[in-house]
Design a protein around this ligand. Structure first.
Ligand SMILES: *Cc1c(COP(=O)(O)O)cnc(C)c1O
Length: 375
């Protein structure tokens, strides 16, 4: 059996090992230390953020963002339905109620649906917009809709480290932005995340909440309850090394997309996730859709790839379809349901070789020819 090709595996080199060892030798094996400070400073510089706070995951980052913005029981939060659970679980766990909003033709949060929804629902106290698969949502429109009603915008940039909207890095248009450094993301610290904001007071509060909300006195004094959500200094060393390769890694992922587009676009029924005119996506994952009339179903193709030891994955199952979330309101237009049925994420790691890509393209093409051959 040929070697397994994973969807989006970590991509590390000797620099990661070297900095990790430096962290170990320094004995800053704790959620504090010089690599944390360095990672935050360099991440802020790379993404144009004013303030950056390194935390233990992207999901933890959203918890902290909601808490710092005062979102809690009795509030509603409008959020993209086409996303990963990490964009939503913290909303419910904070005691708030998500209001799911469908996608537009770019697959990201539909500004028109959002506009109608915030007019109808006065309890909406925040909007979480997801830069899906690295594609920036329409930030200018979302920002003006939110600004008109004084609702803070939170950018979920978990899949979008290195993405640009109209020439500026994502993450900085709203009240708060956040990133993920999970093992499958563009920059990884195994697990990790970052909260960014232009508001120094919000940044300070997030930092305090992430470290058990300890007051600055010699004994342990707590005026409020926080979380143990800080990133480890050891993992921040990984982040520093990873960040040095950010633009290269985005280029590699975009090249994967181009290669697939050239190799598969002629197959009947196959389409690619569009890139919005205003944006430069990271192409974190290359996603295709397969028309149900194509003769090969999304699931049949996934199984053909799996049989060749190639990992592919359906598009995110929309949040309004998830059993624990079905009781919440959803404003739908059919896009996310269709994309879940038809969408497949192809292997997209920045370490994929030409041989890997050829193996994947060949396997996909064979699935088409076999099905056509059978009539
Ligand atoms: C990965 C991801 C998250 C959560 O990040 P974790 O670091 O895994 O907690 C949130 N939103 C989206 C869209 C993601 O892809």
């Amino acid at each position: 059996m040929s070697q397994r090709i994973y969807l989006s595996p970590p991509h590390v080199g000797p620099e990661e090992t070297e900095l990790l060892m430096q962290a170990m030798r320094s004995n800053w094996i704790a959620p504090a230390g010089p690599f944390l400070d360095q990672f935050e400073a360099e991440f802020a510089r790379a993404t144009g953020a004013a303030h950056a706070v390194a935390v233990s995951s992207g999901t933890a980052a959203l918890h902290l963002a909601l808490h710092a913005l005062g979102v809690g029981a009795g509030d509603e939060v409008a959020v993209s339905t086409l996303t990963f659970i990490g964009s939503v679980a913290p909303i419910v766990q904070r005691g708030a109620a998500p209001v799911f909003i469908d996608s537009d033709s770019t697959w990201t949060l539909d500004p028109d649906l959002l506009d109608h929804t915030v007019r109808d629902r006065s309890r909406i106290k925040a909007v979480v917009a997801v830069h899906l698969y690295g594609q920036p949502a329409d930030l200018d429109r979302l920002r003006s809709i939110c600004a008109a009603r004084g609702i803070p915008l939170i950018e979920d940039a978990a899949e979008a480290t290195g993405a640009q909207y109209k020439g500026r890095h994502v993450g900085n248009d709203g009240a708060v932005g956040y990133y993920s450094f999970n093992g499958n993301k563009i920059v990884t610290t195994s697990s990790g995340g970052m909260v960014v904001t232009a508001d120094a007071a919000v940044a300070a509060h997030v930092r305090k909440l992430a470290t058990q909300a300890r007051e600055p006195v010699p004994h342990y004094e707590h005026a409020e309850l926080g979380y143990n959500f800080r990133l480890s200094n050891v993992l921040a060393a990984l982040g520093v090394a990873q960040l040095r390769r950010l633009s290269e890694r985005v280029e590699q992922r975009r090249r994967n997309f181009e290669y697939y587009a050239q190799g598969l676009s002629d197959l009947p029924g196959v389409a690619f996730m569009p890139e919005a005119a205003h944006s430069r996506s990271t192409r974190w994952l290359t996603v295709i859709t397969i028309d149900p009339a194509a003769g090969v179903s999304r699931e049949a193709l996934r199984r053909s790839l799996e049989a060749e030891n190639i990992e592919a994955r359906p598009v995110w199952k929309p949040m309004h379809q998830q059993p624990p979330l079905r009781r919440f309101p959803a404003v739908l237009n059919g896009t996310s349901d269709r994309l879940f049925e038809q969408g497949l994420c192809l292997p997209s790691g920045s370490s994929l070789t030409r041989e890997d890509l050829d193996r994947i393209v060949t396997t996909v093409r064979r699935a088409w020819h076999t099905s056509v051959g059978r009539g």
